[in-house]
Design a protein around this ligand. Structure first.
Ligand SMILES: Cc1ncc(COP(=O)(O)O)c(C=O)c1O
Length: 318
């Protein structure tokens, strides 16, 4: 049996067959995301292409890569994996989650307004309020868990809705589909920081978001040994703009880090399943413990949310 599998992989490598990600179920997709046998050797795992530059047979005549700031084969494999995980057409990798967020902000111009969740990762708030606000971008922070607040904050200058759901650390949940409807009618982009749900629990692009952002440092990497960020999107023009920003501002991850995240992703489903089970047990234990005076509803709600992992959107349980 083992031999059979081996020869299947060998045949795939020899014939250069591609793995058809779209036909795979979630767990299989997670394991095989971005994996293509290396065409030069047949290696089943993506090699670490530890190179900054590439030989050119003539000026601008190369095999698709000229400088690793713009592209590197290990990063290309990871970027395809990012896309597969979020049912996206495109993925882009950055040197950190914050660098990915920073790249998204570079889509804006002075005078543009961003409506952002009042509760979100502190580093994102710091980036918005201490750096980007100085360049003429106006940030309006509202409680996005209540759609009415977002509707009230929309103006002619709104160019982006930035939501994080669930939030770090309070686990507040915003309805992605409702936000997508508002963004569409305001002709604004909806960006979702999906770090805490991970693609195992939620796929914002399927719900109408334009860009998904991840701190791949967390669940995608999964082993606390790498800092990295990811953006996923479907729109080709948006991908070109963000690719240009990635290449031009240079906040790209190195090939070894890309390899680590490619490897980390392979166990995403197993780790997330265990996180969900453990979280639910702890929440139930705390809620029924006589010494726990108040168990904030949120904890129980997360426990219920984890059960919805096959649904398309994390929502608060009744
Ligand atoms: C929800 C969320 N978004 C973004 C970030 C920033 O990511 P990084 O630390 O990879 O720059 C973090 C980091 O903790 C986070 O928790």
């Amino acid at each position: 049996m083992k031999r059979k599998y081996f020869s299947f992989y060998l045949a795939s490598a020899v014939k250069g067959e591609t793995i058809k990600n779209k036909q795979m179920k979630l767990n299989t997709k997670i394991i095989h995301a971005g994996a293509e046998p290396d065409p030069s050797t047949g290696a089943i795992m993506t090699p670490i292409f530890q190179t900054s530059t590439y030989i050119q047979s003539g000026p601008n005549e190369h095999k698709g890569y000229d400088y690793s700031g713009a592209g590197n084969p290990t990063r290309t494999a990871l970027e395809s994996a990012f896309a597969v995980l979020e049912n996206a057409k495109h993925g882009l990798a950055f040197s950190s989650g914050v660098a990915a967020t920073d790249a998204v902000m570079r889509l804006l111009k002075p005078g543009d307004e961003v409506i952002a969740s009042s509760d979100m990762y502190g580093g994102t708030y710091r980036l918005f309020s201490k750096l980007w606000a100085d360049f003429g971008i106006k940030f309006i922070y509202v409680d996005t868990t209540k759609t009415v607040n977002v509707n009230n904050a929309i103006s002619n200058h709104t160019k982006m809705l930035w939501i994080e759901t669930p939030t770090n650390p309070l686990m507040n949940i915003t309805d992605i589909k409702e936000m997508a409807d508002i963004a569409r009618s305001a002709n604004a982009l909806l960006v979702v920081d999906n770090t805490f749900a991970s693609p195992y629990l939620q796929n914002p692009l399927d719900l109408g978001a334009d860009i998904v952002m991840h701190s791949a440092t967390k669940y995608l990497g999964g082993h606390s040994d790498v800092i990295m960020g990811a953006l996923m999107m479907n729109d080709d023009e948006l991908r070109e703009k963000l690719f240009f920003i990635q290449k031009t501002s240079g906040a790209v991850p190195g090939p070894f880090d890309c390899f680590l995240v490619l490897r980390g992703i392979k166990t995403l489903h197993v780790r997330m399943q265990r996180h969900c089970e453990n979280g639910e047990k702890i929440a139930r234990f705390l809620a029924s413990h006589p010494k726990v005076k108040k168990c904030i509803g949120r904890v129980l709600k997360i426990a219920k949310v984890t059960k919805l992992r096959n649904s398309k959107c994390m929502t608060l349980a009744e």
